[in-house]
Design a protein around this ligand. Structure first.
Ligand code: SF4
Length: 455
């Protein structure tokens, strides 16, 4: 569907329709905002109308001299503008005279004698500023009709990139859950089991085992994809013109494209199919990638879910700015929060990120009273030693957080690295067995922390 609205709409982050209503005071502020907008709109429409019709209706004989006295060009820009606008609105015809409010002189106005270029520029600036303010009001609005307008303008722009929706999951939270996997993560953990979720754009997976050499992909992306002399194809992903060309192109499903734009409403439609199965504990889990790195689309979805009383868990690395977390506080029931390491150097080497940011966010988030479950991935060669685990458990025990889940390293995502044309650096590492984690479990329990092995 084509985008509805100018390209810069997306930078205004207009939210989707929501039925949530948070308070009276906010409603009053909005009502004033909307009244203001209507008044300015009326003023602008009048101004433009007079500008367009001015020349036709004026009876002045001498058009060469300025008859708006004193000559507005001698005034500062604000005076020029207010005199001109006042003249537009107050003068009922050629040669009308009026007292300029707040000034000790009279003006005589002929519409065609106004400094038209200056007025047009001012009107445009005012219109643009006004539009921005209007969009801000729409963005923040709790009035459904205002948001419905914004939705019409923004359907395409305000979608998120999703790479999977897993239904009827019994992992990643209590009960039966719908798991939405957002595409894009600020980290790149070397053991990540969802490598197709790390990039914020499309990812192209090629499974040579399924390739039958049909060559349909070569027809649509001939610069990037060539036939391999031995078997299958060679892909230069940098040369792919449009990944969408490759969606569903391969009859053998050897090429698949991870990533699909979904609006909040699209996601709600999917979620609503599963609502009857959630029962008392189930709900939605936002996963990824990093859901908190997705911006306001996630907040819009969370508001909608809250207004429908749907339980929400979020799987997050907390490697995002605090603002991204703050925007969603009160909309999430449980945070399933990764704690990978407390050592800054090791964290940076293995994930490309900043452990201090994660720990800082975790301290702030815990202080808000949010329900947090810490998840520690147990990764050989990275944090799988008693000393490192104890440091992490000590850190957790200093917070008002009382549950840790240990996630043993596994190799389930390994094949995807091949399919993405990436190197898997943990190829020789053996999966971690539950008994290896037992000492960490006991240490955590000795600190009064509940534990579980697995997600
Ligand atoms: S934080 Fe999670 S999704 Fe992001 S790279 Fe690490 S393991 Fe993958």
């Amino acid at each position: 569907m084509p985008a509805l609205g100018p390209w810069w709409f997306k930078y205004l982050h207009i939210r989707n329709i929501t039925t949530e209503y948070t308070g009276k005071a906010q409603r009053h502020t909005e009502a004033l905002g909307i009244l203001y907008s209507l008044a300015v709109t009326l003023l602008l429409v009048t101004g433009y109308w007079l500008l367009v019709t001015g020349n036709k209706s004026c009876h002045a004989k001498d058009h060469k001299k300025y008859v708006l006295h004193p000559n507005p060009l001698n005034h500062n820009p604000l005076d020029q503008f207010s005199l001109s606008l006042y003249c537009f609105i107050a003068s009922s015809g050629a040669g009308s005279r009026f007292q300029v409010p707040g000034k000790n002189f009279h003006a005589e106005c002929h519409k065609e004698c106004l400094p038209v270029p200056s007025v047009i520029i001012h009107l445009f600036i005012l219109s643009f500023t006004h539009l921005l303010i209007l969009m801000y009001i729409i963005n923040e609005s709790k009035f459904v009709f205002v948001r419905r307008f914004s939705y019409l303008c923004s359907k395409e722009y305000f979608s998120s990139m999703i790479f999977n929706i897993q239904r009827f999951s019994t992992h990643d939270g209590k009960g039966i859950r719908t798991i939405i996997f957002y595409k894009g993560c600020p980290l790149h953990c070397l053991w990540c089991s969802n490598p197709e979720g790390i990039s914020f754009g499309y990812s192209i997976l090629y499974d040579i085992r399924n390739c039958k050499g049909f060559g349909e992909c070569i027809k649509v992306e001939s610069r990037a994809i060539t036939r391999n002399n031995n078997h299958g194809i060679l892909i230069d992903r940098h040369l792919i013109n449009n990944p969408e060309n490759l969606k569903d192109i391969c009859p053998a499903k050897a090429i698949t494209v991870a990533g699909e734009h979904k609006s909040v409403n699209d996601l709600l439609k999917e979620i609503e199919k599963d609502v009857p199965f959630y029962g008392k504990d189930g709900g939605v889990t936002l996963s990824g990638g990093e859901p908190l790195a997705q911006g306001k689309e996630v907040t819009s979805l969370l508001r909608e879910l809250k207004s429908r009383n749907i339980n929400v868990n979020i799987e997050t690395s907390l490697h995002v700015t605090w603002d991204n977390i703050l925007d969603n506080i009160g909309l999430i029931n449980t945070y399933l929060t990764d704690l990978k390491h407390t050592d800054l150097d090791k964290f940076r080497t293995y994930t490309g990120g900043d452990a201090a940011l994660v720990m800082d966010n975790l301290i702030k988030l815990a202080a808000t009273g949010a329900h947090i479950i810490i998840r520690i991935p147990v990764i050989p060669g990275f944090n799988h030693t008693e000393k490192e685990m104890q440091e992490m458990i000590e850190f957790v025990s200093s917070l008002p957080v009382r549950e840790i889940h240990f996630l043993p390293y596994h190799t389930l995502g390994m094949e995807k690295y091949n399919m993405l044309g990436l190197q898997y650096r943990f190829g020789s590492v053996k999966p971690v067995r539950d008994p290896e984690i037992e000492p960490y479990v006991q240490y955590a329990q000795s600190k009064g922390i509940e534990t579980k092995i697995g997600g």
